[in-house]
Design a protein around this ligand. Structure first.
Ligand code: UDP
Length: 333
């Protein structure tokens, strides 16, 4: 019996596959390699290159492999981009999940764990955010993930397909040995951008606004180590296997750090100056997002271990400093 990991060549997917294989699961990966990387595909996993929207292709995978459960990371995930090309986001995320759920139903696969996001909440009423709070996404990306959650809800009622939606806060870091990590092109996330400045690949960090209602005026986010995050997926799979009901969990470290605080930690970890400049706010950025992951702790027994930002930025630095060009680095080929 295998676990099918959709998007297993991407940033979070590749770390999940690595953990699953360490934990002795058989893993099948499907990835269209649009944002994933062939070099990130684990050598011990069975790999199918293809798109989840291609139903014939997906049926073939389910026919060939005995799939026990699914972890679904295959989605477009940039807030800003989703506002420019909303139909692409709806097609990839919502329609892609529609096809996946149809094929799961056809082959009688009843368990799915999938990446949702804190962007489903929109501007929070208060922090820390708990799962029952109002969801009013302010981006196509956030709404597409909320739609995916709802699709699964209806499939649960009709077919008994049990799901766990994991609402990620800000994921960062890399595998401890720095052998796999984050490689987006173009990059838009704070931690890799700061480290690209440290490597001299960018001139300075543009801080998007210092006039937010926070202590130092910059946005506050809850950063969770990718290695901690992926462990929640495995706990969620086991929870479903043990008869757990469909459920939604926040995954964060329960503490917020401002952009300026993250920059200071990165200066300390890398020993580099890392110049910065305050620029205009980025549209759509809420001032503060902090998770309550109390429910994941209570129900799944999940607790993040790497809550010190030096751990998260240190792990990311090991990856970036040894792979300055990401997976395109010559050494990786
Ligand atoms: N940010 C920034 N400069 C950058 C990238 C990000 O100031 O070059 C800020 C951004 O405004 C937000 C935080 O860093 O407050 C985290 O942004 P990221 O894109 O990493 O994640 P998001 O919170 O948007 O999911």
């Amino acid at each position: 019996m295998s676990i099918l990991v959709l998007g297993g060549a991407g940033y979070i997917g590749s770390h999940a596959v690595d953990q699953l294989i360490t934990d002795n699961y058989d893993v099948v990966i499907v990835d269209n390699l649009k944002t994933g990387h062939r070099q990130a595909v684990h050598e011990k996993a069975t790999f199918y290159e293809g798109d989840i929207r291609n139903k014939v292709f997906l049926q073939e995978v389910f026919r060939k492999e005995k799939i026990d459960g699914v972890i679904h990371f295959a989605a477009s995930s940039l807030v800003g981009e989703s506002m420019e090309i909303p139909l692409d986001y709806l097609n990839n995320n919502v329609y892609g999940t529609q096809i996946l759920l149809e094929v799961m139903e056809e082959f009688g696969v009843k368990h799915i764990v999938f990446s949702s996001t804190a962007a489903t909440y929109g501007e929070p009423e208060k922090v820390p955010l708990t799962e029952e709070m109002r969801t009013e996404p302010e981006s196509t990306y956030g709404d597409s993930k909320l739609m995916m959650e709802k699709m699964m809800h209806w499939c649960d009622l009709a077919y008994g397909t049990r799901y766990v939606a994991l609402r990620y806060f800000n994921v960062a870091g890399a595998k401890e040995d720095g052998s796999i990590g984050e490689d987006h092109n173009p990059e838009s996330h704070l931690v890799p951008i700061i480290l690209q400045v440290a490597l001299g690949q960018r001139e300075k960090l543009m801080i998007y606004g210092d006039d937010y209602p926070t202590e130092d005026g910059t946005c506050i986010r809850d950063y969770v180590h990718v290695v901690d995050l992926v462990k929640a997926h495995i706990l969620a799979l086991e929870y479903l296997k043990n008869g757990g009901e469909s459920n939604i969990f926040n995954l964060g470290s329960n503490k917020g750090y401002s952009v300026k605080e993250m920059l200071e930690v990165a200066r300390e970890v890398t020993g580099k100056a890392i110049p910065d400049e305050i620029v205009a706010r980025r549209p759509g950025d809420p001032s503060t997002l902090i998770a309550s992951s109390e429910k994941a702790k209570r129900v799944l027994g999940w607790e993040p271990e790497h809550t010190d930002m030096r751990d998260i930025i240190g792990a990311a630095w090991r990856w970036h400093s040894t792979h300055p060009n990401g997976y395109d680095d010559k050494n990786e080929k």
